[in-house]
Design a binder for this molecule. Structure first.
Ligand SMILES: [Fe+2]
Length: 240
């Protein structure tokens, strides 16, 4: 049996990532899959990236926030997001990101393709078609069917919507682990999933676990970042 830890949309929330690590430490994982948006919106971008750099079994892809950081570093203007309190988080990240972690970001692919125990898995931040598509469990069934029809993958793992789900359409298993570090659904706990593959059989379990939110608040305060984020992390709601 192969066991795979799936995390994503961590958004530099290292205390949440550490809590996930402690929660699953009794298990051995064959792989760790990260669906992207590893940084921005919290004050631990270096710690978060270094956690993955240390783990050779991890497979990470880039998300829109990661790519935006690289764009700004290239001297391109930041068009989106428009809200000042969001833009501040990007500029703070750029000022504090270590060069070796910028390198890591530059090397991240936009998607990944891996085969585990004869099961082919595609990993995307958005979807197979569009790196910025946001797919929810209640998105039109037709959309899932379309993505399944042309799929060379038995499993498609996605992020971006910050919504945990698992559903099977036309024989393809779609998994979103939810957001480990920036929750939108009113539940402030960290979200992740564990995928098990055994003789072609697929099993997915979703988890929500508490983490020390006050560590995040401390980091935000220390760095004089907008107060709205304290409220967001305490309530698990998207307020901007
Ligand atoms: Fe995200």
């Amino acid at each position: 049996m192969k066991r795979i830890l799936i995390v994503g949309d961590i958004h530099a929330n290292y205390p949440a990532l550490k809590a996930i690590q402690s929660h699953v430490q009794a298990y051995r994982f064959d792989r760790i899959i990260n669906t992207g948006d590893t940084i921005v919106y919290n004050t631990f971008p270096n710690e978060t990236i270094q956690w993955f750099r240390k783990r050779k079994k991890s497979v990470s892809i880039s998300g829109n926030t990661d790519r935006r950081i690289l764009k700004i570093l290239k001297g391109k203007k930041l068009k989106k997001p428009g809200k000042e309190e969001k833009r501040v988080m990007y500029f703070w990240t750029i000022e504090n990101l270590l060069p070796e972690n910028v390198n890591y970001l530059q090397l991240l692919p936009r998607q990944a393709d891996l085969t585990i125990d004869n099961v082919r898995i595609g990993v995307f931040h958005g979807t197979l078609d569009d790196k910025n598509e946001t797919l929810f469990p209640d998105s039109p069934e037709n959309r899932f069917r379309k993505l399944a029809e042309r799929s060379p993958y038995q499993i498609q793992i996605m992020g971006h919507s910050h919504t945990p789900y698992c559903k099977t359409t036309n024989g393809v298993c779609f998994i979103n682990p939810g957001s480990a570090g920036r929750m939108f659904d009113g539940d402030p706990r960290a979200s992740f999933a564990i995928l098990k593959i055994s003789l072609g059989k697929i099993n997915v379990e979703h988890f929500r676990i508490p983490y020390p939110v006050e560590e995040v608040i401390k980091g935000l305060k220390k760095n004089h970042l907008p107060g709205i984020y304290k409220e967001m992390f305490r309530t698990g709601k998207k307020l901007n």
